[in-house]
Structures are given as structure tokens and as C-alpha cells.
Design a protein around this ligand. Structure first.
Ligand code: PQQ
Ligand code: CA
Length: 565
């Protein structure tokens, strides 16, 4: 017995296990379970805990996977554990031997593994993809994703699509070239590879698989050779159209004066043919990005009822640049775009006809070519984004997306820079500042058909944890002050919270076992905010480090749930 493609296709509706990060290939992070619900959530108590151990703490961004009596979790510094899912007892551990010179930009994080056959597959900070035997933890195959000395690393959860393991790469701040790869999940052998910087060739079974668009038309000179567009958050999958959806990060360097043009395919959503690795469509949210708006944010396929009641094959993305985009997932056409944070100084909106931002004048930092430092501008959102990596969730039951957002801006300026292998390739300086005294983070319920914010929960510190929603009328998210919280999915009311002992930047998961529902979350403060957060980082410097897996269940097995509303 092992994990099959059919099981993975059904992961969003099957409740006995958790086979994918995102609770299904489309990444909606919705569970149909109702045993734990808005009426009895007050009875939620810890079932067991597990410590990530020792000196290697830092950000724990993982999501638990559950299969065949085992839980699989990844940890900071490229570690992975198999635990007894009933007790939390450690069964085996894999600790990847990392070289000294690794260069992750934004903490030593990992966002989870993938399961296929009898393998548990995850990526490492030195840009390797490692497949372990589920029962023993022994390495079955180990492939190189990039040269860590050139700044390649890996932090995302891989995605399984039809027997293939789909991965991106990290390293946009070092001038790597972004890429999406598909490998045979059983052997690790490369099937196709699709670079995300125009000009670089893709491959299918070792042969050229074609490029779309004119070679390098959107990059000046040789800039495409180190163009960034890292695919550092991985991909989702639209099974009905057989497209892998991958976001691409910032073009490199940050100083956009050095690369006039749109810089395709940076800061874009790509719809890539899952069998051949060919880009079927692309949608660029921030052409010629000057603010590190990146654009990797997850694109979540969902079916949307439009104003006439017609069901549209849509997909949504809450972009780091502050706009919530709804696209036609079959062809990438923009359906609507609306702000999900209070301030976007760089653009007044998005032109629905052309799909391009209506860019503000004078919100790009000045050209430093004749000076040491160009003119500084204040810009919002900050480069850490209206939303960063932490995934949103979608409930077909309420019809809302639940978006973890942050309200902040930055002073940003440019400096001269040239590419040097293994060195930061930014050409920019910055300082992040809060916009408001009373809050930075917010969890917002957004109606995708109108773009309206239906409810919001404000948090004093930035939110950095993933979101999950359930048919029990619940939304779950953790906060940097250590709480794991449950909200009413319809109203946003906080129904329950639990202090985990360190900041929560993990992703919730839920499953059922022997008639009981369980909910898991990793606690362990870290990620990009303490490293890059400027004035905001100063505000939250007193959060305790840590590293614990928490699993919860109802205090006494509740009677089968009866939904009250
Ligand atoms: O361009 C890139 O390759 C890249 C990679 C990563 C990463 O792999 O974690 C982040 C970023 N960029 C980034 O811009 C960013 O804000 C960020 C935050 C985090 C985090 O885990 O908290 N990672 C990253
Ligand atoms: Ca980046």
C-alpha cells in the first residue's frame, strides 16, 4: 500500500488523512469535517505535542501530513520527522547535512513535504530534493535543484501531479534564474523543466520544449541571464484544465532602472501544461517590479458565481502588491482586481481591459546611476507585502477567501549594483514602517465576486501564519504573540484561542481518526519579519523562539455535529 494519484486527487474531500500541503492539489485549505465546529470549539484541548528540539529553532512554517498512522512534518534547517499520529511519539528523523555556505534570504524555513507511493519528499536549503522511505526514513533518491553557491535554495512544499513531483526554486535575491521542474516522483528523474525568465530554454525528456513569446524582448541586454523570478512558493494544480499554477517572484536586481521592460515572466502567475511543461498562459501583476512585490503568492482555483449566477472557472491570488486578483483559470484573463489592504501608493487600480496596473507617478525610487544613492520614496505596501508567503484559504460553503494581510509601508531607495555569483543582488535599501498605531496584521474575509471585505480581524503584530477553514463554520490562524486562534467563518468573531509558547508561522491541518477530529499547528517564531522588518521588527523583538508541534481534539468526544446555522 502507498499513496496513489487517485488518493491525491481526492485529498480535498477524504478526511482520514492529509496527503498534500494545502489540503488538496488546488490548495483551498478547506476541510469538510464538522465534528469540531463553531458551537463546540470551546472544548478544544491539546492531545499531544512534539518538540523540534535543541538549538535549531527559528521559523516553523510547516504543515503536517498524515498517512497510515504516521504524521510527517518538516522543520527549520531542512529536518523531517515521522511521528506516531496517535501519540506524537517520534518514529524516525532525517536531518539533512547542510554545507556552511547556504544562502536562504529569509530564514531557514521549510513549508512541508509531499507524499507519493511509499515516499516522503521534501526540499532542502542547499537546493536538494530528497525522497525518504516513509517507514524507515532512509534516502531513496536525492536530486540537485541548483547550485547553492550561486544562491539557489529551497523552502516550499513540493506538489504531486500525476506521478510527478513539481518544484520551484528560491534565490531571487541572488540573481538565480527561476524554474519549475517536474520529476518522476518514484525515481527523481527529470521529466520537464520550465525556466521562468524569458530567454531561457525549457526541456521535455531532455529536448527543447519551446518558449513562448519573443526571446528576451522584455529584458535589456544580458540582464535576463540573472533575472530572478524565483518560483519559491511552489505551485497549485487545476485538475480540470491540467494546468500547474506557479507564481514567480521579483525580477533581479531590485533596482529596476537597470532593467527597463516588463521583465517576463517575473511577478506573474503562470498556467503551465502539467504534462509538457509549456507555459499556456501568464498574467503579470507588477510589470517591471521596483518594490520587490515578488508575486509568488498562491493561485487558488475555485468556481465562482458571477452576477448573472453563471459558474465561472476562476482562480484567485492575493498579491504581495496589495491587489486581490480573480482570473479565468483556463486562459489567465483578468476578471477582477480589488485592493485587500488599505493603501497602495504605487498604483491606483488595475485596468480591467489591459490587465495592467494603473501606476502612480513618482512612486518609483530615484535612479542612482550618477550618485551613490538614488532618491528615496515612501511606498505601500512594503516589500514584505500586503500578503507574503502565508497561504489564504477558500470555503465553497461561505464563498469567501480568508486572507492573512499586513498593513505597512517602506522607505525605499536604489543603489548601484552589478551581478556577482553568490552575492546579494538587490541595488536597494529600505526600512519598513507600520501604517497604523493600533494594528499591522489583519485576517480578512473577501467575497471574490465583488472584491468586498466582508469581515476583518485586526492583530497588533504582523500576521505570518497560514489559514485553514472547515465546514464546521471555522477559520484557523496563528499569530506572532503565540496564539492559535479559531474564528467564526461567517462573522470573524474569535471563538477560541490557545497559547502555544512561541510565535505561530505554521500552517494548520485537520483529519479524523477513530471518530475524532484532530487539528495540528506548528509553533516557532521566525520567517522574514524579524530579519527584514525594519521598524516593525523592533516592535516585535521580544517574541520567544521555540519549536513545537501542537495537536488538538475535543475535550470529550462530542456527539455528531449538528450545524446550528
Ligand atoms: O526571491 C526569492 O527567492 C525569495 C525566497 C523566499 C524563501 O524561499 O523563503 C522568500 C522571499 N524571496 C521573499 O521575498 C520573502 O519576503 C520571503 C519571506 C519568507 C518567509 O518564509 O518568511 N520567505 C521569503
Ligand atoms: Ca524575493
Amino acid at each position: 500500500a502507498g499513496v496513489t494519484d487517485a488518493m491525491i486527487s481526492n485529498d480535498a474531500t477524504s478526511t482520514n488523512d492529509v496527503l498534500t500541503v494545502g489540503l488538496g492539489q488546488s490548495g483551498q485549505r478547506f476541510s469538510p469535517l464538522t465534528t469540531i465546529n463553531a458551537d463546540n470549539i470551546g472544548d478544544l484541548v491539546p492531545a499531544w505535542t512534539f518538540s523540534f528540539g535543541g538549538e535549531k529553532q527559528r521559523g516553523q512554517e510547516t504543515q503536517a501530513l498524515v498517512y497510515n498512522g504516521k504524521m510527517f512534518i518538516t522543520g527549520s534547517y531542512s529536518r523531517l520527522w515521522a511521528l506516531d499520529v496517535k501519540t506524537g511519539k517520534r518514529l524516525w528523523a532525517y536531518e539533512h547535512r547542510l554545507p556552511d555556505g547556504i544562502m536562504p534570504c529569509c530564514d531557514v524555513v521549510n513549508r512541508g513535504a509531499a507524499l507519493y507511493d511509499n515516499l516522503v519528499i521534501f526540499g532542502t536549503l542547499d537546493a536538494h530534493l530528497v525522497a525518504l522511505n516513509m517507514d524507515t526514513g532512509k534516502v531513496v533518491w536525492n536530486e540537485t535543484l541548483g547550485d547553492y553557491k550561486a544562491g539557489y535554495s529551497y523552502t516550499a512544499a513540493p506538489l504531486i501531479v500525476k506521478g510527478k513531483v513539481i518544484t520551484g526554486v528560491s534565490g531571487g535575491e541572488f540573481g538565480i534564474v527561476g524554474r519549475v521542474d517536474a520529476r518522476d516522483a518514484k525515481t527523481g528523474k527529470l521529466v520537464w523543466s520550465r525556466p521562468t525568465v524569458e530567454g531561457h530554454m525549457g526541456t521535455l525528456n531532455g529536448k527543447d520544449n519551446g518558449i513562448t513569446g519573443k526571446l528576451n524582448a522584455s529584458w535589456p541586454g544580458d540582464m535576463w541571464k540573472f533575472g530572478g523570478a524565483a518560483t519559491w512558493l511552489g505551485c497549485t494544480y487545476g485538475a480540470d484544465v491540467n494546468l500547474v499554477y506557479c507564481g514567480t517572484g521579483n525580477p533581479a536586481p531590485w533596482n529596476a532602472h537597470l532593467r527597463p521592460g516588463d521583465n517576463l515572466y517575473s511577478t506573474s502567475t503562470l498556467g503551465i501544461d502539467a504534462d509538457k511543461g509549456v507555459i499556456k498562459w501568464s498574467y503579470q501583476s507588477t510589470p517591471n517590479d521596483h518594490w520587490d512585490f515578488d508575486g509568488v503568492n498562491e493561485f487558488i482555483p475555485f468556481d465562482m458565481k458571477d452576477s448573472s449566477g453563471k459558474v465561472v472557472k476562476a482562480g484567485a491570488k492575493a498579491d504581495r502588491n496589495g491587489f486581490f486578483y480573480v482570473l479565468d483559470r483556463t486562459n489567465g484573463k483578468l476578471l477582477n482586481a480589488s485592493p485587500f489592504v488599505t493603501k497602495q501608493t504605487w498604483a491606483s487600480g488595475v485596468d480591467l481591459k489591459t490587465g495592467r496596473p494603473i501606476e502612480s507617478k513618482n512612486n518609483r525610487p530615484g535612479d542612482p546611476s550618477a550618485a551613490e544613492k538614488g532618491e528615496s520614496v515612501f511606498s505601500a505596501p512594503s516589500f514584505l507585502g500586503g500578503k507574503n508567503w502565508m497561504p489564504m484559504a477558500y470555503s465553497a460553503q461561505t464563498g469567501y477567501f480568508y486572507v492573512p494581510a499586513n498593513e505597512w509601508g517602506m522607505d525605499i531607495w536604489n543603489e548601484p549594483i552589478t551581478y556577482k555569483k553568490g552575492a546579494a543582488y538587490l541595488g536597494a535599501g529600505f526600512n519598513i514602517k507600520p501604517l497604523y498605531d493600533d494594528y499591522i496584521g489583519a485576517l480578512r474575509a473577501i467575497d471574490p465576486a465583488t472584491g468586498k471585505i466582508v469581515w476583518e480581524y485586526k492583530n497588533d503584530s504582523p500576521v505570518w501564519g497560514g489559514v485553514m477553514t472547515t465546514a464546521g463554520n471555522l477559520v484557523f490562524m496563528g499569530t506572532p504573540d503565540g496564539y492559535f486562534k479559531a474564528f467564526n467563518a461567517k462573522t470573524g468573531e474569535v471563538l477560541w484561542k490557545f497559547q502555544t509558547g512561541s510565535g505561530v508561522v505554521g500552517q494548520p491541518a485537520t483529519w479524523e481518526q477513530d471518530g475524532e477530529q484532530f487539528i495540528a499547528i506548528a509553533s516557532g517564531w521566525g520567517g522574514a519579519v524579524p530579519l527584514w522588518g525594519g521598524d516593525v521588527a523592533k516592535k516585535i523583538k521580544d517574541i520567544s523562539q521555540g519549536g513545537m508541534m501542537w495537536v488538538f481534539k475535543l475535550h470529550k468526544s462530542a456527539a455528531p455535529a449538528v450545524a446550528k446555522n
